[in-house]
Design a protein around this ligand. Structure first.
Ligand SMILES: C[S@@+](CC[C@H](N)C(=O)[O-])C[C@H]1O[C@@H](n2cnc3c(N)ncnc32)[C@H](O)[C@@H]1O
Length: 308
């Protein structure tokens, strides 16, 4: 086993706020500009105007609600996990990124976690998983080899990434087929797993990493948001890529199921962003909180305004 568990020296995560320079840089990129046009400028004008005020004067929570955080697909689930953790009485939550490459996503995750801690008081442990050498060889057509190939996305500056990560972040190097299942056994109820970003691109790697969701039930939040980054590429369908890994996971596990995040589009202010369609949730049906033995302190009562 070539797994290397690397401890990270304390450092300040890079800022990931949507500064005017960052916004201009994004707009200079045609693909990003197209995305802004399609996703944002198709939304109602009054909401876009309100966004300007929120970006200037809003709280972090408001900025997440208005999709103003860089890598919103991490900001929403991390805040969701923090709110759930508070409700369930946890003080710390574990966040995972499967597939790190050069680490931009992992650094975003660290910065977002820091801002979420400031907003909610919940602390985070952040763990990135990567082979460190770029994509391995695709196994067969289910890995979408027309898109992803051997050596894509290498980790360009391991030492630099190490230095940039804060003290609550770890990088676990090795094939996720070995590292992810082993990691699931090290989770604790003191820092239950609360979010998994799946960005290993291949069906074979996503399938191999799925046991990260199969540890002891009490070491997870009852609902764990799961972001599937690569289900939007042309050619992706339920019979290949990350969607196939999810459907096989569901077929193989009676009490753990991954499903699209319930009613997410109708809960969001901005409906057109792609990340909504990539956000799923792992349901830990054997979690003690989801057992009939778990009782609420108060009964729910439905009033009837039609009775005098
Ligand atoms: C698209 S990149 C990740 C990008 C990153 N999340 C970001 O946002 O910057 C995909 C990564 O998955 C990793 N990967 C793919 N298969 C893997 C495997 N079986 N074990 C470990 N890492 C793997 C590759 O090394 C590659 O760096």
């Amino acid at each position: 086993m070539t797994t290397l568990d690397v401890s990270i020296s304390p450092a300040k995560p890079k800022r990931t706020a949507a500064s005017p320079f960052y916004v201009l840089r994004r707009l200079a990129n045609k693909e990003k500009l197209d995305k802004v046009f399609v996703e944002r400028l198709t939304e109602p004008l009054h909401l876009n105007l309100l966004s300007v005020l929120v970006s200037l004067f809003g709280t972090y929570r408001m900025k997440v609600a208005f999709d103003l955080i860089v890598r919103q697909q991490y900001a929403f689930p991390i805040l969701y996990a923090a709110d759930a953790a508070r409700r369930h009485g946890y003080r710390q939550v574990t966040l995972v990124e499967l597939g790190v490459a050069s680490g931009a996503g992992l650094l975003n995750m660290c910065r977002i976690a820091e801002r979420t801690t400031a907003a909610t008081g919940i602390e985070f442990r952040i763990v990135g998983f990567d082979g460190g050498k770029g994509m391995p060889e695709a196994v067969d057509h289910r890995d979408l080899p027309e898109h992803f190939q051997l050596g894509d996305f290498p980790m360009m500056d391991f030492a630099g990434l190490k230095r940039a990560l804060p003290s609550n972040a770890e990088l676990i190097l090795g094939d996720v087929a070995e590292t992810a299942p082993a990691f699931a056994q090290t989770l604790t109820r003191e820092a239950p797993l609360g979010f998994v970003a799946v960005d290993v691109d291949y069906y074979s790697a996503a399938k191999a990493a799925m046991p990260i969701l199969l540890g002891a039930a009490e070491n997870y939040l009852p609902i764990v948001p799961v972001y599937l980054d690569d289900i939007g590429v042309d050619g992706s369908n339920p019979w290949n890529g990350e969607l196939l890994a999810v459907s096989e996971f569901n077929a193989e596990n009676a009490l753990r199921k991954i499903a699209p995040f319930t009613l997410l589009r109708s809960r969001r202010i901005f409906k057109n962003t792609q990340w909504i369609d990539r956000m799923f949730a792992a349901h830990i049906h054997d979690h003690p909180y989801r057992s009939p033995a778990h009782k609420r302190a108060t009964k729910w009562v439905i009033g009837n305004e039609y009775l005098k």
